[in-house]
Design a protein around this ligand. Structure first.
Ligand code: BMA
Length: 338
């Protein structure tokens, strides 16, 4: 499968990568997969940082979630110490967690929320947590049943309910390997979730031949919700540059518009990817050719800043016009039926 060119709706920021491992004041070989929100007049980022690369086993010894702050959204100051170590935090460790990673941040009704993936010996689970105002502590609200991850909360209640996008791993009953889809579910309180609806099947994304998953928490646009996602294309014949031996998956960013009141309904899907790995920092690293969007900030000017992990190695930023991206999704129309 040949990857299409990108839709030409985003520009990479000249300061890219905006956060790299060398910027961290603690040991890290990789810093990637950021969640970003506007917070207290500035910007707040949560990211994944890995250290202790073992070339023999091709795994990292430790994964943590770190925080960084910024006044302008492009120059970032990491905090002096890691924030969450999934293997050490009591509430996760007592549930058997071995690591926590891929954070997303959403301010819901003025309260900062964090969602992230948790590896456990009984499967991968998605966590939803409420964060204290001073960022010192957090309260776990929900851990999904396995296997599920890439949780992204909507920033507002819809018809009185909280909503999240997520990506369960339907290993049996789905046919093709890794044909995983994007779902939504709702909750009255952030603790009890249900009413799951399929949002987008991986087969509906024209440039993907494997799994898809939610990216950044959706942002509000005139027609509904603009939601960014990641989509995976595997070329079995082409090994990609990576420290990870045998890496063949290309991750791209895509966009769709969801209905304002029925957020599982896709009003428009941009038929071309929004970002395809092209820059050196997207093509080379721990896993080359990876763009993994986790944070979207809508500015008052209408500009959207999309923050993404690049090559599973650093954090990068691309900017565009939110309504223009939504308009392209709507012009392309809803995806063909499930
Ligand atoms: C996914 C997750 C992400 C990672 C991506 C690309 O399955 O593990 O953390 O960025 O793969 O390697």
């Amino acid at each position: 499968m040949t990857l299409q060119r990108d839709a030409g709706l985003l520009r990479r920021h000249p300061a890219n990568p905006v956060v790299a491992a060398a910027d961290l004041p603690y040991p890290a070989e990789l810093v990637f997969n950021p969640g970003v929100v506007r917070w207290r007049g500035g910007y707040l980022m949560a990211f994944r940082a890995d250290t202790g690369w073992n070339p023999g086993t091709a795994v990292f010894g430790s994964t943590v979630i770190g925080l960084a702050t910024s006044e302008d959204g492009s120059s970032w100051r990491p905090r002096p110490a890691p924030w969450i170590d999934g293997a050490a935090a009591d509430v996760l460790r007592e549930r058997g967690a071995t690591r926590a990673y891929d954070p997303r941040l959403t301010v819901v009704e003025g309260v900062l929320h964090l969602s992230f993936a948790v590896d456990t010996p009984h499967g991968i689970r998605g966590a939803v947590a409420r964060v204290d105002d001073d960022l010192a502590g957090w309260t776990l609200l929900d851990l999904t049943v396995p296997d599920d991850r890439n949780l992204a909360l909507f920033p507002e209640r819809i018809e009185g309910l909280l909503w999240r996008l997520h990506r369960p791993f339907a290993v049996y009953g789905r046919g093709a390997p890794e044909a995983f889809d994007l779902w939504a579910s709702a909750s009255p309180d952030g603790v009890h979730w249900g009413g799951a609806r399929l949002v987008l099947g991986s087969e509906q994304v024209p440039w993907a031949n494997a799994k898809i998953g939610p990216g950044a928490p959706p942002i509000s646009v005139a027609a509904g919700w603009l939601a960014f996602f990641h989509a995976v294309t595997i070329d079995a014949a082409r090994e990609l540059p990576a420290w990870h031996p045998g890496w063949r998956k290309t991750y791209t960013a895509g966009a769709m518009v969801l209905d304002a009141r029925e957020p599982w309904r896709v009003l428009g899907l941009c038929r071309e990817p929004l970002l395809v790995p092209e820059a050196a920092y997207e093509r080379e690293g721990f896993r080359g050719h990876v763009i993994f969007p986790g944070g979207a900030v809508l500015e008052e000017t209408g500009e959207v800043r999309l923050y993404y992990g690049a090559a599973d190695t650093c954090v990068a930023l691309a900017v565009g016009d939110a309504e223009a991206i939504a308009a392209r999704c709507l012009a392309d129309g809803p995806p063909p039926g499930h």
